[in-house]
Design a protein around this ligand. Structure first.
Ligand code: APR
Length: 392
């Protein structure tokens, strides 16, 4: 097989990149190890930054976001027994965030790729990436036990945190920056109407909690727990009791209870691999970086990466210039370190760390007071939450 850009992975990064390239007349092939149905039905929460929604709309993919997406203007931070909302729409002069699950984004992108007659190989694990130091890289894969190879000009690793592409960069050339947090999130899906139509964060000394909206009749909830927690140790009663304690405040509607249909524990880490390119191989999305879910930056950072890369590949093919390609990693890393800073800072501010001294806990409270109670604090949160500019 032969194409211009070989893309490994049919997650949001791979699908978005392929579609952006297609609209510029640049050929690509996506090679995905899972079944199409598995990729499309992988349930993941999602909050889209203003920039991600604008990208989807520019690609003609904004229709279902308009129908199903819930535009958000505020987040309600609850601590000290009170509500401390930040109106990020007002603070940024009109930028919003949308509650729109990631699997819906994947569904929109997959439909667009299929309608465009895209070449997507499913159930086809990539087994090796070769020749990235030359000009004719090769992606080796297996399909039904038969070995195959894709010859291309460029390879893009959109294969997620556990993918193969990052390992194709020689260890001496790459550096990992990593932080593992001493807690996880117990994620809960409940058949209960959300108590309010605003994402609500509880920053309680017992631990963090969040209430988000999945649909008008389904609430998405999170509880800080041990990183290796067994969800079965959390009975429904224990879950609702902790959620009420961490999220309810006097004078506002309490969390609505309902049948819990899903429970699962997510570990927390910050991870970044530098550089995000080597020769003709480029990394995008979770293949290069992971953030804790506090800032809702996983999907949005993947989109930012591929926007920069699509622009760089377009410049290569249409104007013969390598400048943007040569600067891809530097451009993405500059923004990604600011995203890591925001996500890690929020994670540290809103969670309770066992064994913290009273001094540290009071500093956390001062951080929350400053972030929610001052113009500068609200603006800094709002600029980051609705999405930093993408230098594409
Ligand atoms: N060969 C082919 N495909 C592979 C291989 C391989 N060797 N390894 C991984 N993949 C595929 C996975 O099956 C998956 O479908 O790559 C895809 C990676 O998709 P994601 O993990 O969704 O990564 P990305 O597209 O960067 O999106 C990041 O997804 O995981 C969430 O929280 C994350 O919101 C973030 C978003």
């Amino acid at each position: 097989m032969r194409t211009q850009v070989g893309i490994i992975g049919a997650g949001p990064a791979g699908l978005m990149l392929a579609h952006m390239l297609h609209l510029e007349g640049i050929e690509s092939v996506i090679i995905e190890r899972s079944k199409r149905e598995h990729v499309q039905n992988r349930l993941r929460a999602g909050v889209l930054e203003q920039g991600t929604v604008e990208m989807m709309r520019e690609l003609g993919l904004g229709e279902r976001i308009g129908q199903l997406g819930l535009e958000q203007h505020r987040i309600d931070f609850r601590f000290g027994g009170e509500s401390h909302p930040i109106d990020f729409h007002e603070a940024t002069g009109g930028r919003s965030a949308w509650v729109y699950p990631q699997h819906e984004v994947v569904k929109d992108l997959m439909a667009a790729r299929t309608a465009a007659g895209a070449q997507m190989l499913f159930e086809t694990p990539v087994t090796a990436i070769e020749g990235i130091d030359g000009t004719r890289p090769v992606v080796r894969f297996e399909k039904d036990g038969v070995a195959g190879e894709l010859h291309c000009d460029f390879v893009v690793g959109c294969d997620g945190f556990r993918g193969i592409s990052r390992r194709a960069i020689p260890a001496r050339e790459g550096q990992v920056h990593d932080r593992i947090y001493p807690f996880g999130w117990l994620g809960i899906l409940a058949e209960a109407p959300p108590a309010t139509n605003e994402v609500t964060w509880g920053c309680h000394e017992d631990g963090f909690a969040m209430m988000s909206i999945r649909t008008p009749s389904v609430t998405r909830l999170y509880l800080q727990c041990e990183p290796d927690e067994n969800p079965d140790h959390w009975s429904d009663d224990r879950i609702w009791s902790a959620l009420h304690k961490r999220l309810d405040v006097p004078g506002l509607p309490p969390i609505n209870e309902g049948r819990i249909t899903q429970k699962g524990v997510t570990a927390m880490r910050s991870f970044l691999f530098e550089p995000m390119q080597h020769g003709r191989l480029f990394l995008a999305g979770d293949a290069a970086h992971i953030v804790p879910p506090t800032g809702a930056k996983g999907l949005n950072s993947a989109m930012a990466d591929v926007k920069v890369l699509a622009r760089a590949l377009e410049q290569h093919y249409q104007r013969g210039s390598q400048d943007l390609l040569a600067r891809y990693s530097k451009t993405c890393l500059k923004r990604m370190w600011l995203v890591q800073r925001f996500s890690a800072g929020l994670c540290t501010m809103v969670h309770s760390f066992a064994g913290d001294s009273s001094f540290v806990r009071r500093l956390q409270r001062a951080d929350l007071d400053y972030m929610t109670g001052t113009t500068a604090g609200r603006l800094q949160f709002s600029e980051n939450f609705t999405g930093l500019p993408i230098d594409a």
